[in-house]
Design a protein around this ligand. Sequence first.
Ligand SMILES: Nc1ncnc2c1ncn2[C@@H]1O[C@H](COP(=O)(O)OP(=O)(O)OP(=O)(O)O)[C@@H](O)[C@H]1O
Length: 332
Amino acid sequence: MSVIQTESLTKRYPRVTALDRLTVDIGPGVTGLVGANGAGKSTLIKILLGLAPASDGTATVLGRNAAHEGGAIREQVGYMPEHDCLPPDVSATEFVVHMARMSGLPRTSARERTADTLRHVGLYEERYRPMGGYSTGMKQRVKLAQALVHDPKLVLLDEPTNGLDPAGRDEMLGLIRRIHAEFGISVLVTSHLLGELERISDHVVVIDGGKLLRAQSIAGFTEATASLAVEVTDSDTHPDGTRALLDALAARGLTATAGTGHIVHIDAPEPGPAAGPGPEAAQEAAQDVVQDVVHDAVRDVVADLGLGLIRMEQRRHRIAEVFQDGREEVRS
Ligand SMILES: Nc1ncnc2c1ncn2[C@@H]1O[C@H](COP(=O)(O)OP(=O)(O)OP(=O)(O)O)[C@@H](O)[C@H]1O
């Protein structure tokens, strides 16, 4: 079931190709769209909303063609723009009610939905004050509220953590995750910071120079890459302790590689099928496997070889590292 599909989508501006034959298929849930500044994220969002025409290719949102059915798409999709666009002399309540009315809600439900939505994003008494005096975090919350007020099936959030301090980022990321968890609304959220989207997304799509670099499920990724870093000393019997450890682990059927210095990286075996629905559950399952199987094996092998164990550290590759590898592959 696709929420967003693009097929060879291309957008050419006179001086730059902002999207270059982009083909993606995005399902329900939270999807992170990651790319450096200028990668083409905002351009993609505008085309999906039917606000900008593509030069080539097609885009479908909730089964509708973005080129011809922009109005119908915008009825079912919420949009949080990247830049500050709030009128300073209007209160959050007035503004969000106005946006709800623009979406076709009758006056009474517009007021009720506005109160509910502003409460949900964490704006209380301040919602009656003019927005000109709001902090960046409060403004971002209002922009999120107006994207949600007409009860959309999908929201497109363009750099919602921009300009926020670390605590504000965490709060915004938590809110975004809850939009899907509590209301079942699918989310496409953009950022140039892969690390923050990794925490809240079910899937990540990475674009670079308008081209697709990678599209991947985070759960699948973390299952495959949980690993353990082990640092050992040499001993009289084994002057190359690292080599001895690698050989002994291989003899037990574990895949291990030499790291820098005396460190050995050991891959976790595939976790069992009962990983559960979310990325967190999959991560926990992968973690359990590392602890139960690999820890025991390492302890036994190190003891048998008589090596000194300096540290044993569970490690999960940040997806940033893997996407970095992918970028090198694509460019090489
Ligand atoms: N209206 C426009 N006219 C000409 N070029 C444009 C226009 N809009 C975007 N571009 C160019 O297209 C490329 C992609 O821009 P886009 O805004 O989609 O990137 P982005 O990934 O959203 O980056 P940012 O986070 O900086 O907005 C950039 O090189 C940008 O300069």
